[in-house]
Design a protein around this ligand. Structure first.
Ligand code: A2P
Length: 298
Protein backbone atom coordinates (compact mmCIF):
# COMPACT_ATOMS: atom_id res chain seq x y z
CA UNK A 1 0.00 0.00 0.00
CA UNK A 2 0.85 3.62 -0.30
CA UNK A 3 3.60 4.54 2.14
CA UNK A 4 3.00 8.29 2.09
CA UNK A 5 -0.55 8.56 3.31
CA UNK A 6 -1.42 12.04 4.58
CA UNK A 7 -3.19 11.61 7.92
CA UNK A 8 -4.78 13.92 10.51
CA UNK A 9 -3.12 17.06 9.23
CA UNK A 10 -6.04 18.98 10.68
CA UNK A 11 -7.83 18.00 13.89
CA UNK A 12 -10.70 19.21 16.07
CA UNK A 13 -8.21 21.27 18.05
CA UNK A 14 -6.43 22.52 14.94
CA UNK A 15 -9.09 22.52 12.21
CA UNK A 16 -9.04 23.77 8.65
CA UNK A 17 -11.39 26.52 7.50
CA UNK A 18 -12.97 25.87 4.11
CA UNK A 19 -15.11 28.17 1.98
CA UNK A 20 -17.88 26.63 -0.08
CA UNK A 21 -17.32 27.36 -3.76
CA UNK A 22 -19.98 25.03 -5.13
CA UNK A 23 -23.05 23.14 -3.91
CA UNK A 24 -24.72 21.37 -6.78
CA UNK A 25 -27.71 19.06 -6.51
CA UNK A 26 -26.89 15.80 -8.34
CA UNK A 27 -30.47 14.52 -8.53
CA UNK A 28 -33.58 16.05 -10.13
CA UNK A 29 -35.56 18.38 -7.83
CA UNK A 30 -38.65 16.35 -8.72
CA UNK A 31 -37.26 13.46 -6.60
CA UNK A 32 -37.93 15.59 -3.51
CA UNK A 33 -35.92 16.13 -0.32
CA UNK A 34 -35.29 12.43 0.35
CA UNK A 35 -33.25 12.12 -2.81
CA UNK A 36 -31.42 15.41 -2.31
CA UNK A 37 -27.78 14.52 -2.95
CA UNK A 38 -25.24 17.29 -3.29
CA UNK A 39 -21.74 17.71 -4.60
CA UNK A 40 -20.19 20.27 -2.27
CA UNK A 41 -16.74 21.73 -2.89
CA UNK A 42 -14.73 23.54 -0.22
CA UNK A 43 -11.70 25.68 -0.99
CA UNK A 44 -8.85 26.32 1.41
CA UNK A 45 -6.24 29.06 1.67
CA UNK A 46 -3.55 26.38 1.73
CA UNK A 47 -2.94 23.06 0.01
CA UNK A 48 -4.59 20.01 1.56
CA UNK A 49 -2.88 16.72 0.60
CA UNK A 50 -5.19 13.69 0.49
CA UNK A 51 -5.77 10.52 -1.49
CA UNK A 52 -9.05 9.42 -3.10
CA UNK A 53 -10.67 6.97 -0.72
CA UNK A 54 -9.82 9.03 2.37
CA UNK A 55 -12.39 10.95 4.40
CA UNK A 56 -12.70 14.46 5.77
CA UNK A 57 -14.28 15.45 9.08
CA UNK A 58 -16.95 18.11 9.41
CA UNK A 59 -17.45 20.03 12.63
CA UNK A 60 -21.10 21.05 12.85
CA UNK A 61 -21.32 24.39 14.69
CA UNK A 62 -23.04 24.51 18.05
CA UNK A 63 -23.49 22.07 20.88
CA UNK A 64 -25.48 18.90 21.40
CA UNK A 65 -28.50 19.88 23.52
CA UNK A 66 -28.45 16.50 25.29
CA UNK A 67 -24.83 16.68 26.43
CA UNK A 68 -24.04 20.38 26.26
CA UNK A 69 -20.84 19.42 24.45
CA UNK A 70 -19.79 20.32 20.90
CA UNK A 71 -21.35 18.08 18.26
CA UNK A 72 -19.40 14.93 17.47
CA UNK A 73 -17.18 15.02 14.41
CA UNK A 74 -18.82 13.56 11.27
CA UNK A 75 -16.72 11.84 8.63
CA UNK A 76 -17.54 11.98 4.91
CA UNK A 77 -15.78 10.17 2.07
CA UNK A 78 -13.93 12.54 -0.19
CA UNK A 79 -15.38 12.55 -3.71
CA UNK A 80 -12.52 14.31 -5.48
CA UNK A 81 -9.17 13.27 -6.86
CA UNK A 82 -6.07 14.25 -4.81
CA UNK A 83 -5.52 17.44 -6.82
CA UNK A 84 -9.15 18.43 -6.16
CA UNK A 85 -11.84 19.44 -8.65
CA UNK A 86 -9.92 22.62 -9.56
CA UNK A 87 -6.60 20.79 -9.86
CA UNK A 88 -4.77 23.14 -7.46
CA UNK A 89 -4.69 20.86 -4.36
CA UNK A 90 -6.72 23.45 -2.45
CA UNK A 91 -10.20 21.93 -2.62
CA UNK A 92 -12.10 18.95 -1.28
CA UNK A 93 -15.45 17.79 -2.63
CA UNK A 94 -17.99 15.75 -0.70
CA UNK A 95 -21.06 13.89 -1.90
CA UNK A 96 -23.76 14.27 0.73
CA UNK A 97 -27.31 12.94 0.86
CA UNK A 98 -29.87 14.77 2.99
CA UNK A 99 -30.57 12.21 5.66
CA UNK A 100 -33.81 11.74 7.62
CA UNK A 101 -34.23 9.43 10.60
CA UNK A 102 -37.00 8.03 12.75
CA UNK A 103 -36.90 8.27 16.55
CA UNK A 104 -38.15 4.90 17.83
CA UNK A 105 -38.38 6.23 21.40
CA UNK A 106 -40.73 9.13 20.59
CA UNK A 107 -42.30 7.76 17.40
CA UNK A 108 -41.28 10.90 15.55
CA UNK A 109 -40.53 10.20 11.89
CA UNK A 110 -38.54 11.91 9.14
CA UNK A 111 -36.30 13.99 11.42
CA UNK A 112 -33.67 15.88 9.37
CA UNK A 113 -30.16 14.63 10.13
CA UNK A 114 -28.01 17.25 11.82
CA UNK A 115 -24.78 17.08 9.79
CA UNK A 116 -26.29 16.26 6.41
CA UNK A 117 -28.82 19.11 6.69
CA UNK A 118 -26.06 21.47 7.75
CA UNK A 119 -23.93 20.47 4.75
CA UNK A 120 -26.75 20.40 2.21
CA UNK A 121 -27.93 23.86 3.31
CA UNK A 122 -24.47 25.44 2.89
CA UNK A 123 -24.30 28.06 0.14
CA UNK A 124 -21.32 29.36 -1.84
CA UNK A 125 -19.17 31.70 0.31
CA UNK A 126 -20.31 29.98 3.55
CA UNK A 127 -17.46 28.70 5.66
CA UNK A 128 -17.09 25.32 7.36
CA UNK A 129 -14.61 23.88 9.81
CA UNK A 130 -13.02 20.64 8.72
CA UNK A 131 -10.52 18.00 9.82
CA UNK A 132 -8.55 15.25 8.16
CA UNK A 133 -7.69 13.62 5.95
CA UNK A 134 -8.24 10.22 7.60
CA UNK A 135 -8.32 6.63 6.34
CA UNK A 136 -5.53 4.32 5.26
CA UNK A 137 -7.53 1.31 4.16
CA UNK A 138 -9.92 2.21 1.35
CA UNK A 139 -7.19 3.35 -1.01
CA UNK A 140 -5.89 2.33 -4.38
CA UNK A 141 -2.77 0.20 -4.15
CA UNK A 142 0.39 2.03 -5.14
CA UNK A 143 0.99 -0.48 -7.95
CA UNK A 144 -2.48 -0.13 -9.48
CA UNK A 145 -1.30 0.53 -13.03
CA UNK A 146 -1.92 -2.95 -14.46
CA UNK A 147 -4.22 -4.47 -11.83
CA UNK A 148 -7.87 -5.20 -12.54
CA UNK A 149 -10.19 -3.40 -10.12
CA UNK A 150 -13.84 -3.97 -9.25
CA UNK A 151 -15.67 -1.09 -7.59
CA UNK A 152 -19.11 -1.69 -6.07
CA UNK A 153 -21.27 1.08 -4.62
CA UNK A 154 -24.75 1.82 -3.37
CA UNK A 155 -26.01 5.42 -3.26
CA UNK A 156 -23.48 7.94 -1.94
CA UNK A 157 -21.03 5.04 -1.53
CA UNK A 158 -20.02 6.12 -5.03
CA UNK A 159 -18.03 9.06 -3.59
CA UNK A 160 -14.54 7.53 -3.32
CA UNK A 161 -14.70 5.99 -6.79
CA UNK A 162 -15.17 9.35 -8.48
CA UNK A 163 -11.73 10.41 -7.29
CA UNK A 164 -10.20 6.97 -7.80
CA UNK A 165 -11.38 6.78 -11.42
CA UNK A 166 -9.89 10.17 -12.17
CA UNK A 167 -6.65 9.11 -10.50
CA UNK A 168 -6.53 5.93 -12.61
CA UNK A 169 -7.22 7.54 -15.94
CA UNK A 170 -5.10 10.63 -15.36
CA UNK A 171 -2.05 8.45 -14.70
CA UNK A 172 -2.16 6.01 -17.64
CA UNK A 173 -4.02 3.07 -16.08
CA UNK A 174 -3.66 -0.12 -18.16
CA UNK A 175 -5.75 -2.67 -16.24
CA UNK A 176 -9.52 -3.14 -16.43
CA UNK A 177 -11.84 -1.45 -13.96
CA UNK A 178 -15.52 -2.30 -13.56
CA UNK A 179 -17.94 -0.14 -11.58
CA UNK A 180 -21.16 -1.70 -10.27
CA UNK A 181 -23.43 1.08 -9.00
CA UNK A 182 -26.72 0.41 -7.20
CA UNK A 183 -29.31 3.19 -7.28
CA UNK A 184 -33.07 3.38 -6.81
CA UNK A 185 -33.89 5.12 -10.09
CA UNK A 186 -32.04 5.81 -13.32
CA UNK A 187 -32.20 9.58 -12.83
CA UNK A 188 -30.59 9.48 -9.38
CA UNK A 189 -27.42 7.77 -10.60
CA UNK A 190 -24.86 10.18 -9.16
CA UNK A 191 -22.14 11.51 -11.50
CA UNK A 192 -23.68 9.43 -14.30
CA UNK A 193 -22.53 11.88 -16.99
CA UNK A 194 -18.95 11.80 -15.71
CA UNK A 195 -18.78 8.01 -15.64
CA UNK A 196 -20.42 7.79 -19.06
CA UNK A 197 -17.78 10.18 -20.45
CA UNK A 198 -14.93 8.10 -18.97
CA UNK A 199 -16.43 4.97 -20.48
CA UNK A 200 -16.54 6.58 -23.92
CA UNK A 201 -12.87 7.49 -23.75
CA UNK A 202 -11.54 4.35 -22.04
CA UNK A 203 -12.54 0.88 -23.24
CA UNK A 204 -10.90 -0.56 -20.11
CA UNK A 205 -13.64 0.98 -17.94
CA UNK A 206 -16.97 -0.86 -17.68
CA UNK A 207 -19.78 1.04 -16.01
CA UNK A 208 -22.83 -0.94 -14.88
CA UNK A 209 -25.88 0.30 -13.02
CA UNK A 210 -28.28 -1.82 -10.96
CA UNK A 211 -31.49 0.20 -10.85
CA UNK A 212 -33.42 -1.37 -8.02
CA UNK A 213 -36.83 0.22 -8.51
CA UNK A 214 -36.90 0.03 -12.29
CA UNK A 215 -35.31 -3.37 -12.97
CA UNK A 216 -35.90 -6.87 -11.67
CA UNK A 217 -33.38 -9.40 -10.44
CA UNK A 218 -33.26 -12.07 -13.19
CA UNK A 219 -31.89 -14.75 -10.81
CA UNK A 220 -33.82 -14.41 -7.54
CA UNK A 221 -33.29 -18.05 -6.60
CA UNK A 222 -29.51 -17.88 -6.94
CA UNK A 223 -29.11 -14.33 -5.54
CA UNK A 224 -32.12 -13.44 -3.38
CA UNK A 225 -32.85 -9.70 -3.09
CA UNK A 226 -35.60 -7.81 -1.30
CA UNK A 227 -38.78 -7.94 -3.43
CA UNK A 228 -36.64 -9.41 -6.26
CA UNK A 229 -35.15 -6.01 -6.90
CA UNK A 230 -32.09 -5.51 -9.08
CA UNK A 231 -29.27 -4.95 -6.59
CA UNK A 232 -25.53 -4.71 -7.36
CA UNK A 233 -25.00 -8.31 -6.28
CA UNK A 234 -27.70 -9.52 -8.70
CA UNK A 235 -26.00 -7.66 -11.56
CA UNK A 236 -22.59 -9.02 -10.55
CA UNK A 237 -24.04 -12.50 -10.69
CA UNK A 238 -25.26 -11.85 -14.24
CA UNK A 239 -21.70 -10.73 -15.10
CA UNK A 240 -19.92 -13.47 -13.21
CA UNK A 241 -18.05 -14.77 -16.25
CA UNK A 242 -16.53 -11.36 -16.82
CA UNK A 243 -15.72 -11.04 -13.12
CA UNK A 244 -14.16 -14.49 -13.18
CA UNK A 245 -11.78 -13.32 -15.90
CA UNK A 246 -10.58 -10.55 -13.61
CA UNK A 247 -10.32 -12.83 -10.57
CA UNK A 248 -8.26 -15.33 -12.54
CA UNK A 249 -5.51 -12.74 -12.19
CA UNK A 250 -3.86 -13.03 -8.78
CA UNK A 251 -3.74 -9.32 -7.94
CA UNK A 252 -7.29 -8.15 -8.77
CA UNK A 253 -8.88 -5.97 -6.08
CA UNK A 254 -12.53 -5.49 -5.17
CA UNK A 255 -13.97 -2.58 -3.20
CA UNK A 256 -17.38 -2.31 -1.49
CA UNK A 257 -18.73 1.07 -0.41
CA UNK A 258 -22.22 1.98 0.75
CA UNK A 259 -25.01 0.28 2.67
CA UNK A 260 -24.01 -2.31 5.25
CA UNK A 261 -26.33 -4.88 3.64
CA UNK A 262 -24.10 -4.99 0.54
CA UNK A 263 -21.60 -7.31 2.18
CA UNK A 264 -24.11 -10.06 2.89
CA UNK A 265 -25.36 -9.73 -0.69
CA UNK A 266 -22.03 -9.61 -2.52
CA UNK A 267 -20.06 -12.19 -0.52
CA UNK A 268 -22.07 -15.21 -1.76
CA UNK A 269 -21.54 -14.05 -5.36
CA UNK A 270 -17.80 -13.84 -4.69
CA UNK A 271 -17.85 -17.31 -3.10
CA UNK A 272 -19.57 -18.71 -6.16
CA UNK A 273 -17.00 -17.09 -8.44
CA UNK A 274 -14.24 -18.52 -6.25
CA UNK A 275 -15.76 -22.00 -6.36
CA UNK A 276 -16.02 -21.82 -10.14
CA UNK A 277 -12.34 -20.83 -10.20
CA UNK A 278 -11.53 -23.97 -8.22
CA UNK A 279 -11.07 -22.40 -4.78
CA UNK A 280 -11.52 -25.02 -2.05
CA UNK A 281 -11.71 -22.59 0.90
CA UNK A 282 -13.59 -19.30 1.32
CA UNK A 283 -12.69 -16.97 -1.54
CA UNK A 284 -13.78 -13.93 0.50
CA UNK A 285 -11.42 -14.94 3.32
CA UNK A 286 -8.62 -15.37 0.83
CA UNK A 287 -9.23 -11.98 -0.77
CA UNK A 288 -9.36 -10.38 2.69
CA UNK A 289 -6.16 -12.02 3.88
CA UNK A 290 -4.36 -10.91 0.73
CA UNK A 291 -5.61 -7.32 1.13
CA UNK A 292 -7.54 -7.60 -2.15
CA UNK A 293 -10.94 -6.86 -0.60
CA UNK A 294 -11.61 -3.39 0.79
CA UNK A 295 -14.85 -2.54 2.54
CA UNK A 296 -16.36 0.74 3.71
CA UNK A 297 -19.98 0.27 4.70
CA UNK A 298 -22.24 2.14 7.10
P1 A2P B 1 -33.87 -0.11 -2.58
O1 A2P B 1 -33.85 1.19 -1.81
O2 A2P B 1 -34.73 -0.02 -3.80
O3 A2P B 1 -34.22 -1.29 -1.74
P2 A2P B 1 -29.86 4.28 -1.00
O4 A2P B 1 -30.34 5.25 -2.05
O5 A2P B 1 -30.83 4.05 0.10
O6 A2P B 1 -28.49 4.64 -0.49
O7 A2P B 1 -29.69 2.87 -1.73
C1 A2P B 1 -28.89 2.69 -2.86
C2 A2P B 1 -29.30 1.45 -3.55
O8 A2P B 1 -28.93 0.28 -2.78
C3 A2P B 1 -30.79 1.34 -3.79
O9 A2P B 1 -30.96 0.87 -5.10
C4 A2P B 1 -31.22 0.33 -2.76
O10 A2P B 1 -32.40 -0.38 -3.15
C5 A2P B 1 -30.04 -0.60 -2.79
N1 A2P B 1 -30.00 -1.52 -1.63
C6 A2P B 1 -30.74 -1.53 -0.50
N2 A2P B 1 -30.41 -2.56 0.30
C7 A2P B 1 -29.42 -3.24 -0.33
C8 A2P B 1 -28.67 -4.41 -0.04
N3 A2P B 1 -28.88 -5.12 1.08
N4 A2P B 1 -27.75 -4.84 -0.93
C9 A2P B 1 -27.54 -4.16 -2.08
N5 A2P B 1 -28.22 -3.05 -2.43
C10 A2P B 1 -29.15 -2.59 -1.57
Amino acid sequence: MNQNIPLNLYTVNRPLLGTVIESRRLTPDSRGPKNDVRHITFRFEEKLPYLPGQSAGIIVPGTDSRTGKPHKLRLYSIASVGAGDLGDHQTVSLCVVRHFWDNAATGEKGIPGLASSYLCDLKPKDQATMTGPVGRHFLLPEDFKKRDLIFTATGTGIAPYRGMLRELFETGYEGHVALYFGVQYRDVALYDDEFGAIQKRHPNFSYYKAISREETNPNPNEVPTRDNKMYVQALMYVHRDELKKSFEKPDTMIYLCGLKGMEAGIFPVLEQIGAELGEKESFVAKLKSRQQLRIEVY
